[in-house]
Each structure stands twice: as C-alpha cells, then as structure tokens.
Write a protein that binds this ligand. Structure first.
Ligand code: NAP
Length: 295
C-alpha cells in the first residue's frame, strides 16, 4: 500500500519509544527512514539513527514529529536532544509534508515558509480512537498503582465522552467498576446510558461528585475547579489525561489533600510498541492524502 511513499525520504524527528517503534515498523515495510532525537530500542538498526540534526533533515521529503508537538516557541516537547522545529524547517530544502500532533502558530508559519504541507495527526479520528486504547489502559494502570482498592466495585467517573473518554469508560466497565460519565451534550449522555454508564450532566457535577473513588478527566479545559474540588472525597484519586495543563485545578487538589495526577503521553509510556504500530498504520495514509490533495 502507498508504494510511492517508499520512494520518499522520511525523517522521524524527536519522540519517545513509541516513535522508535514507529520508525522500526516503517523500516520493516521498506520505507527510507532516518531517525534523530528518538531513544534507541533494540529493534532499531544503527544505520537509521542519525546524530547530526542537519544531516537527518536536509534532504527529507516527509518530516514526522511527535504527537505531543512543540512548546509555543516551536521546540519539540519530546526529544532526546533539544530540537527547535522552526529552525529545522528553515533548513529543509525539499520538504513536502510535516506531520505533527498539532501545529501551533510558530510551527505553521515556519512550515508555510518552507513550502511544506502540515498534517496534524491528533486531529485524525482513526489515530485518536486507536490511541485511546493504550491511553485507557495506562490511566487504569496509574489508578491501580495509586489506590489500595480494586477497580472492581469502585465508583468511577470519566469526564468527557469523546474518543478517549468513551474507551476509558468502556474499559472500566469491563473491569466491573460502577462507571459514570459526565458530558455537556444530551446526546452524549444518552449514548453513555445506552452503553451502561450512569450519565451525569456537567451542571449536576457538584451534587454527584462526592461519591466517586476514581475521577478521570479527558476534557481539555478547566472542569475540575476549586469549587468542585471542595466536594471531592478526600480518599479519591484524580487522573487527568487531558493535554497539559489538564482540566484539573492541581493547586486546589493539593490544598484539599486530594491526590491528583496529570498523566500525559500514556501510549508512549505504557505500550510504546503498540503505540508505534498504531502510528505506522495511520501516518502513511495521512501523508498519502495530503500529497493527493495537491494533485
Ligand atoms: P475529544 O474526542 O475531542 O473529546 C473531548 C471531550 O471533551 C468531548 O467529549 C468534549 O465534549 C468535551 N469537552 C471539551 N470542552 C469541554 C468543556 N468546556 N466542558 C465540558 N466538556 C468539554 O478528545 P480526545 O481525543 O478524547 O482527547 C481528550 C484529551 O485527552 C485531549 O487533550 C488529548 O490531547 C488528550 N489525550 C491524552 C492522552 C494521554 O496519554 N494522556 C491520550 C490521548 C488523548 P463536546 O463534544 O461537548 O465538545
């Protein structure tokens, strides 16, 4: 599939072990791949690893950066060496496509100047839904490591019924937790009810929150604020999966003596091989579609 993509030069720039597994999966399929700023894993052949950044990117047609993206200045959030992506983009000569989780203004501008198309991988439903599997398992792993009770029989709530929230709630239910979901859309609450969760509207959260042992947030806005924190059980554990800074007032949680954990990048941490294979199953399609849009 996508045999033309194998004639292009790929560079995987920055990331964690998932990106190393991603590179390995592409190499196994005969893609021409260089890797820089990515941790070494046993499976990755030494010939693919390039220490010199200039060397790695100079003739790349496709540049793939981590799903965690960059800081506002354009520096990659995950890399074994500091990499300013905006500076890198100014040094590419034939770049066609930049793939990155989400591109901020600095990165979008630099890519446009380099004449490259930008593909924001985290906007893709297939990738986000597949990623929700290791994310859900990772969140539950953190819950198990931070509690002295079983998931079975616990009262848990998942805030947000999007791609991650739905998978997480389903996984908790399969472990016999008593699962509630919070959403703001009536249709999401109805879907949750149909799937066997207890639906709670965000407007009613203050009344309902005190019963929960485990609170998982997937909403990328401040939803667990200081006011709500006052009604959370002191023994509850909050695990926030939303991208940093998360949707929890961590200062208030600390002041109330409640354990609250921000848990970014779970796929790469808990299941780097699967997460890398997921990237390899989706990103070639994204690049193919992007190049097709030009013709
Ligand atoms: P998603 O599909 O867009 O779901 C987000 C959910 O949040 C939707 O149900 C949305 O509801 C709800 N929401 C957004 N703003 C809200 C608000 N102000 N009040 C109430 N609900 C609100 O996103 P996703 O793919 O599930 O990802 C969710 C977050 O998790 C993102 O920040 C993502 O980066 C992060 N993530 C983290 C990991 C990790 O390893 N920690 C892994 C995957 C994803 P509406 O439809 O009503 O807007």
């Amino acid at each position: 599939m996508y045999s033309k993509l194998k004639q292009l030069k790929w560079c995987i720039l920055g990331g964690d072990k998932r990106d190393a597994h991603f590179a390995h999966s592409l190499l196994k399929c005969d893609y021409d791949v260089k890797v820089c700023g990515v941790p070494q894993i046993d499976e990755l052949p030494g010939r693919a690893m390039v220490n010199d950044l200039e060397d790695a990117v100079k003739d790349a047609d496709v540049l793939v950066c981590p799903v965690t993206g960059t800081d506002p200045q354009g520096v990659l959030r995950k890399s074994t060496v500091p990499i300013d992506l905006t500076a890198v983009l100014s040094r590419t000569s034939k770049l066609k496509v930049l793939v990155i989780g989400t591109a901020n203004e600095a990165v979008s501008k630099a890519a446009a100047l380099a004449g490259a198309l930008v593909v924001e991988s985290m906007r893709d439903d297939e990738l986000a839904i597949l990623n929700s599997i290791p994310s859900a398992e990772g969140a539950i792993q953190i819950a198990m490591e931070n509690t002295d009770f079983t998931i079975h029989g616990s009262a848990s709530i998942v805030l947000g019924m999007g791609r991650t929230g739905l998978t997480l709630a389903s996984t908790l239910l399969s472990m016999h937790s008593n699962v509630s979901i919070a959403a703001r859309k009536r249709s999401d609450l109805a879907r949750g009810r149909a799937l066997g969760f207890s639906p709670i509207h965000f407007d009613d959260l203050a009344c309902e929150l005190p019963v929960f042992d485990l609170i998982f947030n997937t909403v990328p806005s401040l939803v667990l604020d200081a006011k709500l924190m006052r009604v959370v059980k002191k023994t509850a554990v909050i695990i926030d999966l939303a991208s940093p800074p998360g949707g929890t007032d961590f200062e208030s949680a600390k002041a109330e003596g409640i354990k609250a954990i921000l848990a970014p990048g779970l796929p790469g941490l808990v299941a780097p091989r699967t997460a890398g294979e997921i990237l390899a199953s989706v990103i070639p399609r994204l690049v193919h579609e992007s190049l097709e849009s030009l013709s």
